[in-house]
Design a protein. Sequence first.
Length: 222
Amino acid sequence: MKKTLLLFTFVFGMSYAAWAGACASGTLATYDAPGFSCTIDDIIFSGFGYVPSGSIIIPAADVAVTPEVIGGEEGFQFNAPWFTLPGGFLDSFIDYTATCNGCTIDDLVLSMAGAGADPGGVVRVDETYASTTPPVSGSLTVGAQGNTLILSKSATFSPVGSLSVSKDILLGGGTSGLGSAVSSVTNLFSTTGQTVIPEPSLLLLSAGLLGFLPFARRKFVR
Protein backbone atom coordinates (compact mmCIF):
# COMPACT_ATOMS: atom_id res chain seq x y z
CA MET A 1 0.00 0.00 0.00
CA LYS A 2 2.76 2.45 0.95
CA LYS A 3 4.72 1.68 -2.23
CA THR A 4 1.61 2.26 -4.32
CA LEU A 5 0.96 5.61 -2.68
CA LEU A 6 4.58 6.65 -3.18
CA LEU A 7 4.39 5.70 -6.86
CA PHE A 8 1.11 7.59 -7.19
CA THR A 9 2.70 10.70 -5.64
CA PHE A 10 5.72 10.45 -7.94
CA VAL A 11 3.66 10.15 -11.12
CA PHE A 12 1.29 12.92 -10.03
CA GLY A 13 4.27 15.14 -9.27
CA MET A 14 5.70 14.52 -12.74
CA SER A 15 2.36 15.35 -14.35
CA TYR A 16 2.14 18.56 -12.33
CA ALA A 17 5.66 19.55 -13.41
CA ALA A 18 4.67 18.98 -17.03
CA TRP A 19 2.05 21.74 -16.67
CA ALA A 20 4.28 24.81 -16.75
CA GLY A 21 2.24 27.96 -16.22
CA ALA A 22 1.42 30.35 -19.04
CA CYS A 23 4.17 32.86 -19.80
CA ALA A 24 3.30 36.31 -18.46
CA SER A 25 4.77 39.75 -18.98
CA GLY A 26 7.57 40.38 -16.52
CA THR A 27 11.31 40.90 -16.39
CA LEU A 28 14.34 38.70 -16.94
CA ALA A 29 14.87 38.78 -13.17
CA THR A 30 11.84 36.47 -12.98
CA TYR A 31 12.49 34.46 -16.12
CA ASP A 32 16.11 33.59 -15.34
CA ALA A 33 15.31 32.33 -11.82
CA PRO A 34 16.47 28.71 -11.23
CA GLY A 35 13.92 26.15 -12.39
CA PHE A 36 11.63 28.70 -14.06
CA SER A 37 9.59 27.56 -17.07
CA CYS A 38 6.41 28.70 -18.80
CA THR A 39 4.34 28.02 -21.89
CA ILE A 40 3.03 29.93 -24.89
CA ASP A 41 0.48 27.70 -26.64
CA ASP A 42 2.33 24.40 -27.24
CA ILE A 43 5.90 25.61 -26.56
CA ILE A 44 7.54 25.27 -23.15
CA PHE A 45 10.29 27.84 -22.49
CA SER A 46 12.94 27.11 -19.86
CA GLY A 47 16.59 27.46 -18.88
CA PHE A 48 16.72 31.25 -19.19
CA GLY A 49 20.09 32.90 -18.62
CA TYR A 50 21.32 36.49 -18.77
CA VAL A 51 24.82 37.98 -18.68
CA PRO A 52 25.30 41.77 -19.08
CA SER A 53 28.68 43.43 -19.59
CA GLY A 54 30.27 46.61 -20.93
CA SER A 55 30.67 50.21 -19.88
CA ILE A 56 26.93 50.28 -19.16
CA ILE A 57 25.36 47.35 -17.30
CA ILE A 58 21.67 46.65 -17.86
CA PRO A 59 20.43 44.48 -14.95
CA ALA A 60 17.95 41.66 -15.50
CA ALA A 61 15.27 43.64 -13.65
CA ASP A 62 15.48 46.32 -16.37
CA VAL A 63 14.87 43.90 -19.26
CA ALA A 64 11.12 43.54 -19.88
CA VAL A 65 9.88 40.22 -21.30
CA THR A 66 6.57 40.18 -23.20
CA PRO A 67 5.08 36.94 -24.60
CA GLU A 68 3.83 37.31 -28.17
CA VAL A 69 1.71 35.33 -30.63
CA ILE A 70 1.83 36.85 -34.13
CA GLY A 71 0.40 35.13 -37.18
CA GLY A 72 0.50 31.73 -35.50
CA GLU A 73 4.12 32.19 -34.38
CA GLU A 74 4.98 32.27 -30.68
CA GLY A 75 7.84 33.86 -28.78
CA PHE A 76 9.03 36.88 -26.81
CA GLN A 77 9.82 40.53 -27.17
CA PHE A 78 12.67 41.77 -24.98
CA ASN A 79 12.77 45.51 -24.18
CA ALA A 80 15.48 47.38 -22.30
CA PRO A 81 17.28 50.75 -22.25
CA TRP A 82 20.06 49.41 -24.46
CA PHE A 83 22.00 52.62 -25.15
CA THR A 84 25.62 53.67 -25.17
CA LEU A 85 27.36 57.00 -25.73
CA PRO A 86 30.30 57.61 -28.10
CA GLY A 87 33.35 55.73 -26.89
CA GLY A 88 31.33 53.22 -24.87
CA PHE A 89 30.04 49.72 -25.49
CA LEU A 90 27.30 47.44 -24.15
CA ASP A 91 26.76 43.71 -24.35
CA SER A 92 23.73 41.70 -23.19
CA PHE A 93 23.67 37.91 -23.59
CA ILE A 94 20.31 36.09 -23.33
CA ASP A 95 19.74 32.38 -23.78
CA TYR A 96 16.92 29.87 -23.22
CA THR A 97 15.43 26.63 -24.55
CA ALA A 98 12.15 26.19 -26.45
CA THR A 99 10.57 22.72 -26.29
CA CYS A 100 7.50 21.82 -28.34
CA ASN A 101 4.88 19.76 -26.47
CA GLY A 102 3.14 17.49 -29.00
CA CYS A 103 4.63 19.35 -31.97
CA THR A 104 7.93 20.36 -33.58
CA ILE A 105 9.70 23.66 -34.27
CA ASP A 106 10.76 24.33 -37.86
CA ASP A 107 11.25 28.09 -38.14
CA LEU A 108 12.87 30.90 -36.12
CA VAL A 109 12.58 34.67 -36.57
CA LEU A 110 14.90 37.30 -35.08
CA SER A 111 14.03 40.98 -35.31
CA MET A 112 14.90 44.29 -33.67
CA ALA A 113 13.28 47.73 -33.42
CA GLY A 114 14.32 51.22 -32.42
CA ALA A 115 17.86 50.62 -33.68
CA GLY A 116 20.28 53.32 -34.67
CA ALA A 117 23.99 54.10 -34.68
CA ASP A 118 25.84 57.37 -35.25
CA PRO A 119 29.20 57.56 -37.12
CA GLY A 120 31.45 54.65 -36.23
CA GLY A 121 28.78 53.07 -34.06
CA VAL A 122 27.47 49.50 -34.10
CA VAL A 123 24.09 48.03 -33.18
CA ARG A 124 23.99 44.28 -33.75
CA VAL A 125 22.25 41.16 -32.46
CA ASP A 126 23.99 37.85 -33.15
CA GLU A 127 21.87 34.78 -32.50
CA THR A 128 22.78 31.09 -32.58
CA TYR A 129 20.40 28.14 -32.37
CA ALA A 130 21.01 24.42 -31.97
CA SER A 131 19.25 21.11 -31.46
CA THR A 132 20.75 17.68 -30.85
CA THR A 133 17.87 15.53 -32.19
CA PRO A 134 18.00 15.82 -35.13
CA PRO A 135 21.28 17.78 -35.28
CA VAL A 136 20.36 21.31 -36.35
CA SER A 137 22.37 24.49 -35.86
CA GLY A 138 22.79 27.92 -37.39
CA SER A 139 23.00 31.64 -36.76
CA LEU A 140 21.19 34.88 -37.53
CA THR A 141 22.42 38.49 -37.39
CA VAL A 142 20.42 41.70 -37.49
CA GLY A 143 21.49 45.27 -36.88
CA ALA A 144 22.93 48.52 -38.12
CA GLN A 145 26.53 49.16 -39.08
CA GLY A 146 27.38 52.18 -41.15
CA ASN A 147 24.69 52.70 -43.79
CA THR A 148 23.45 49.10 -43.66
CA LEU A 149 20.35 48.33 -41.60
CA ILE A 150 18.83 44.84 -41.31
CA LEU A 151 15.87 44.64 -38.94
CA SER A 152 14.70 41.04 -39.37
CA LYS A 153 15.97 37.62 -40.42
CA SER A 154 14.56 34.11 -40.30
CA ALA A 155 15.71 30.52 -40.62
CA THR A 156 13.86 27.36 -41.63
CA PHE A 157 15.23 23.95 -40.66
CA SER A 158 14.33 20.28 -40.19
CA PRO A 159 11.59 19.95 -37.54
CA VAL A 160 12.99 19.54 -34.02
CA GLY A 161 11.34 18.92 -30.66
CA SER A 162 13.61 21.26 -28.73
CA LEU A 163 15.79 24.22 -29.69
CA SER A 164 18.40 26.09 -27.64
CA VAL A 165 18.69 29.77 -28.55
CA SER A 166 21.25 32.37 -27.49
CA LYS A 167 21.45 36.01 -28.54
CA ASP A 168 24.21 38.56 -28.04
CA ILE A 169 23.06 42.19 -28.13
CA LEU A 170 26.10 44.36 -28.91
CA LEU A 171 26.25 48.16 -29.02
CA GLY A 172 29.27 50.30 -29.84
CA GLY A 173 28.93 54.02 -29.20
CA GLY A 174 31.04 55.13 -32.16
CA THR A 175 33.13 58.28 -32.30
CA SER A 176 30.62 61.14 -32.40
CA GLY A 177 26.95 62.05 -32.28
CA LEU A 178 24.50 60.56 -29.79
CA GLY A 179 25.85 57.01 -29.72
CA SER A 180 23.98 53.76 -30.43
CA ALA A 181 20.72 52.28 -29.22
CA VAL A 182 18.13 49.53 -29.71
CA SER A 183 14.78 49.40 -27.94
CA SER A 184 13.59 45.82 -28.53
CA VAL A 185 14.65 42.38 -29.73
CA THR A 186 12.08 39.72 -30.68
CA ASN A 187 12.15 35.94 -31.21
CA LEU A 188 9.26 34.04 -32.80
CA PHE A 189 8.96 30.28 -33.43
CA SER A 190 6.82 28.36 -35.95
CA THR A 191 5.53 24.91 -35.03
CA THR A 192 4.29 21.89 -36.96
CA GLY A 193 4.03 18.11 -36.83
CA GLN A 194 4.23 15.75 -33.87
CA THR A 195 6.85 14.72 -31.31
CA VAL A 196 7.17 11.84 -28.88
CA ILE A 197 6.92 14.11 -25.82
CA PRO A 198 4.18 12.62 -23.61
CA GLU A 199 1.16 14.81 -23.09
CA PRO A 200 0.51 15.82 -19.44
CA SER A 201 -3.00 14.37 -19.82
CA LEU A 202 -1.49 10.90 -20.29
CA LEU A 203 0.52 11.29 -17.12
CA LEU A 204 -2.58 12.36 -15.24
CA LEU A 205 -4.45 9.34 -16.62
CA SER A 206 -1.65 7.06 -15.43
CA ALA A 207 -1.83 8.66 -12.01
CA GLY A 208 -5.57 8.09 -11.91
CA LEU A 209 -5.19 4.42 -12.83
CA LEU A 210 -2.59 3.95 -10.12
CA GLY A 211 -5.14 5.18 -7.62
CA PHE A 212 -7.23 2.06 -8.30
CA LEU A 213 -4.38 -0.36 -7.52
CA PRO A 214 -5.11 -0.67 -3.77
CA PHE A 215 -8.75 -1.54 -4.51
CA ALA A 216 -7.72 -4.12 -7.12
CA ARG A 217 -5.29 -5.64 -4.64
CA ARG A 218 -7.96 -6.04 -1.96
CA LYS A 219 -10.44 -7.53 -4.41
CA PHE A 220 -8.31 -10.06 -6.24
CA VAL A 221 -5.39 -10.88 -3.93
CA ARG A 222 -6.24 -13.14 -1.00
